[in-house]
Write a protein that binds this ligand. Structure first.
Ligand SMILES: CC(=O)SCCNC(=O)CCNC(=O)[C@H](O)C(C)(C)COP(=O)(O)OP(=O)(O)OC[C@H]1O[C@@H](n2cnc3c(N)ncnc32)[C@H](O)[C@@H]1OP(=O)(O)O
Ligand SMILES: O=CC(=O)O
Ligand SMILES: [Mg+2]
Length: 539
């Protein structure tokens, strides 16, 4: 326990200049400077709420992370995932999630983006039905990004968010997107905050602060505290979120069931527990989403030791390959059986400046992706850029004339087996694929270390999930000594040669990122997330 114990309040001296002394809840320490604006978010009451989340739920979070490790050991030993025998009754039972609130009935286009002030305003004004404000894949978790993101969201909820850059002035339109917030996943610490001598985890920090400051206000404005829940690997992890929601509602006197969570099915293990995840959250559920990029990453990570589960070049693992299409159709079927929306995923194509032909190709790729999703039965989709909102809206308006397709009957006759989810697609690994992963991974990490969590690289949106694919593929290909399309084996020596060539092309500015990237792409055992060693280096 930290000095002061539970009984006494802990004083904190703040810096830089102009900062005052605030009182922290007993047992809490913050090792970061706070601006006066940040103190409006990190109030003693809000921090006490967050500390209580830690005290109640941290032991279970830790157990669940240990369970992930134990499961990985079984997968490394050759076990394959399957639907759980012990939850058969839930899968076969006749139940539905609680009715959706009015403003989550029609989610045909959702824009995502970091919690940056300008981008929040642009996203809310973009014409999308929903904006997912992201503390996760799209954000580098610097202290400033995380705390200033809370300031920005508080102002957005109250429609007081503005920005004047000198060049341009930003204000909210009369009609704006519904706000949904994605807190960090269960695995990511918030190293600047300690409670009773233990590190606080990002999920408690992000959820707790947003809920504390905004839940009542959102409800008073006819919306609610809505969340996207990332990177879960089991229904027990969903149960923990549900218990956090119950506790948060009770503590602040918010009506039970007001919180709505949309779970990203973005791990191969969660794909086997979609019914169970919806069931755990049934009073707080707003459906599922196909987080395709982390899903691919998870497949590689979970089967890292298996030569029979090696994926081809990243660019060849599209949503059209059977394993990905089966996963998305199973999500649609599972959700619709339970009265829940099944939201599609993110095409990485973004508008291309100064190259009309490439721009047209990007739009054609996004159109094809959204048409596939709408035709299959998804109830909405994600776009990465305001320039793609109109296109995705046109596709869903054309192919989904109703607010959602929950009662469409699409995919209801489908029978997806474990093999349908697990069989890797055909395709080769090429030298170009190896080089691209090295190049993009290093460029992304360099941006991330500078505080940008989503960046355009080679005309594609790159974020933490896509970077994870790059480095996990390299790790597995090198570890397995994969045979390249040209017949060569990817030995450590060949990897070193290609790596040296790519880093030399990038130049010295990328040295720190290159060193970190090499570490997470080659060191054994494979790091669970590149953001964990990365976070140690983040200012
Ligand atoms: C795997 C997953 O988890 S997907 C979800 C997580 N990933 C994301 O959310 C990525 C979101 N997208 C982005 O961050 C950005 O679109 C990027 C980084 C890919 C490209 O950004 P930029 O290079 O700045 O794009 P560009 O220069 O074309 O932007 C034009 C305008 O649109 C704005 N814009 C671009 N993307 C977004 C967005 N997602 N939300 C809000 N505004 C946006 C820019 O801020 C800029 O505004 P301005 O004209 O007022 O200055
Ligand atoms: O979070 C989304 C993903 O694709 O990963
Ligand atoms: Mg993701």
């Amino acid at each position: 326990m930290a000095p002061g114990g539970h009984g006494a309040a802990t004083p904190l001296f703040l810096f830089p200049e102009g900062a005052s002394m605030i009182t922290l809840p007993s047992g809490m320490h913050i090792s970061a400077p706070l601006t006066p604006q940040q103190q409006e978010i990190l109030t003693p009451e809000a921090l006490a709420f967050v500390a209580e989340l830690h005290r109640r739920f941290e032991p279970r979070r830790r157990e669940l992370m240990a369970a992930r490790g134990a499961r990985q050991a079984r997968l490394d030993a050759g076990e394959l995932p399957d639907f759980l025998p012990q939850t058969r009754e839930i899968r076969e039972g006749d139940w539905r999630i609680a009715p959706l609130p009015q403003d989550l009935q029609d989610r045909r286009v959702e824009i995502t983006g970091p919690v940056d002030r300008k981008m929040i305003i642009n996203a809310l004004n973009s014409g999308a039905r929903v904006f997912m404000a992201d503390f996760e894949d799209a954000s580098s978790p610097t202290w400033e990004n995380m705390v200033d993101g809370q300031i920005n969201l508080r102002d957005a909820v109250r429609r007081e968010i503005t920005l004047d850059t000198g060049a341009k002035s930003y204000r909210l339109n009369d009609q704006t997107a519904v706000l949904v917030v994605r807190p960090r996943g269960w695995h990511l610490p918030e190293k600047h905050v300690m409670v009773d001598g233990e590190t606080l985890y990002g999920a408690f920090f992000d959820f707790g602060l947003y809920f504390f400051h905004n839940a009542a206000e959102l409800l008073a404005r006819g919306s609610g505290p809505y969340f996207y829940l990332p990177k879960m690997e089991s229904h027990l992890e969903a149960r923990l979120w549900n218990d956090v929601f119950n506790h948060a509602e009770q503590t602040l006197g918010i009506q039970h069931g007001s919180v709505k969570g949309t779970v990203l099915i973005e791990t191969i293990l969660a794909a086997f527990e979609m019914d169970e995840i919806l069931y755990e959250l049934r009073e707080h559920s707003a459906g599922l989403n196909c987080g395709r990029w982390d899903y691919i990453f998870s497949y590689i990570k979970k089967f890292r030791q298996r030569g029979d589960r090696v994926l081809p070049d990243r660019a060849k693992v599209s949503m059209a390959v059977p394993m990905m299409s089966n996963y998305s159709k199973l999500a649609i079927q599972t959700c619709h059986k339970r009265g829940a929306p099944a939201i599609g995923g993110m095409s990485a194509f973004i508008p291309v400046k100064n190259d009309e032909a490439a721009n047209e190709r990007a739009f054609a790729q996004v159109r094809a992706d959204k048409e596939r999703e709408a035709t299959n039965g998804h109830d909405g989709t994600w776009v990465a850029h305001p320039g793609m909102v109109a296109l995705a809206t046109e596709v869903f308006d054309r192919l989904m004339p109703t607010p959602n397709q929950i009662d469409s009957g699409k995919q209801m006759d489908l029978h997806i087996t474990a093999a349908d989810l697990l069989t890797p697609p055909e395709g080769t690994v090429t030298e170009e694929g190896v080089r691209t992963n090295i190049n993009v991974g290093i460029q992304y990490l360099a941006a991330w270390l500078r505080g940008s969590g989503a960046v355009p690289i080679h005309n594609l949106m790159e974020d933490a999930a896509t970077a994870e694919i790059s480095r996990a593929q390299l790790w597995q290909w090198r570890e397995q000594g994969v045979t390249l399309e040209d017949g060569r084996t990817l030995t450590p020596e060949l990897f070193d040669e290609l790596y040296a060539d790519e880093t030399q092309k990038l130049g010295g500015d990328f040295a720190a990122a290159a060193t970190l990237f090499r570490d997470v792409a080659t060191r054994s055992p494979l790091a669970d997330f590149l953001t964990l060693p990365g976070y140690e280096q983040l200012a």
